[in-house]
Ligand binder design. Structure first.
Ligand SMILES: NC(=O)c1ccc[n+]([C@@H]2O[C@H](COP(=O)([O-])OP(=O)(O)OC[C@H]3O[C@@H](n4cnc5c(N)ncnc54)[C@H](O)[C@@H]3O)[C@@H](O)[C@H]2O)c1
Length: 249
């Protein structure tokens, strides 16, 4: 499929896991990508592996100048921007509201929510200037249903879902569609480090999903590519659950 032929997608938090899978999928579907991440070496290695269709840059999504700079790379290198994926998230905290320290709370909201705001602030005008496009925020099923000892994560991801809706209202006249994509548990290093191995993660978390297993990053990337593409031309303001049925019961 070449649904993204000729388009340019900026992925914030592209260096690993789901973000890297989205970058690979976008290039496989014909897009050029900017792999932006605070981990420049890993983002650069990813871009090098993807060839001329990919560029990498250092980006801290919590910093306005850095977010603006990543959008500037898209303009300089590829001359346009059609899609933004905000995928970055801080390491998860494992705390209830009483235990959670203020710094961790602020960090989690800063990367997920303020990062989405800053990336969008600079990306949306360039996307609109090119005639429109698509913004995708990577949320979580925990933005829809709550879980224990994840107050900052749940609040940040719920905020992302509604930020996407509010932006969809504002930018529909610019033909900029804005959606969130909420995965269930996905087999990335971020998740697997909490378990001895993949089998333990799948056995521990899989049964909470109707499909009885955790997801692969490519399954989330496929959904992101759909939202970025013209196949989703009538989809805006939605939260797309890609959670194997986790939030259904
Ligand atoms: N893995 C899962 O089970 C799962 C489930 C639901 C939602 N998600 C969401 O999917 C997204 C990706 O998760 P993942 O598992 O691939 O995790 P990951 O940690 O591999 O990816 C996050 C990326 O964001 C980058 N990042 C962090 N802070 C940043 C900052 N300030 N500026 C720029 N980049 C920054 C990291 O360097 C990393 O490359 C996250 O938003 C996560 O909340 C993951």
């Amino acid at each position: 499929m070449n649904r993204l032929d000729g388009s340019v997608v900026l992925i914030a938090g592209a260096a690993s896991g789901i973000g890297a899978a989205i970058a690979r999928r976008c290039v496989a579907e014909g897009a050029s990508v900017v792999c932006a991440d605070q981990e420049l070496a890993a983002a650069q290695a990813l871009a090098d592996g993807l060839g001329a269709a990919a560029a990498a840059c250092h980006c801290d999504v919590t910093d306005a100048a850095s977010a603006c700079g990543a959008v500037g790379i898209a303009r300089q290198r590829f001359g346009r921007l059609d899609g933004l994926v905000h995928n970055a998230a801080a390491p998860s905290t494992n705390a209830n509201v009483v235990d959670l320290d203020e710094h961790s709370w602020r960090r989690e909201l800063d990367v997920s929510l303020t990062g989405a705001f800053l990336m969008s602030k600079f990306a949306v005008p360039l996307i609109a200037a090119g005639g429109g496009g698509s913004v995708v925020f990577i949320g979580s099923q925990f933005g829809r249903v709550a879980t224990s000892r994840a107050v900052a994560y749940c609040a940040a991801k719920a905020g992302l879902i509604h930020l996407a809706k509010a932006m969809a209202v504002d930018h529909a006249p610019d033909k900029v569609r804005v959606n969130s994509l909420s995965p269930g548990a996905v087999a990335t290093a971020r998740l697997l480090r909490r378990f001895p191995d993949y089998e333990a993660a799948n056995a521990g978390l899989g049964p909470a999903h109707l499909l009885g297993r955790i997801a692969e990053p490519d399954e989330i990337a496929a959904a992101a590519a759909f939202l970025l593409s013209s196949d989703a031309s009538f989809v805006t303001g939605s939260d797309m659950l890609v959670d194997g049925g986790y939030a259904t019961r």
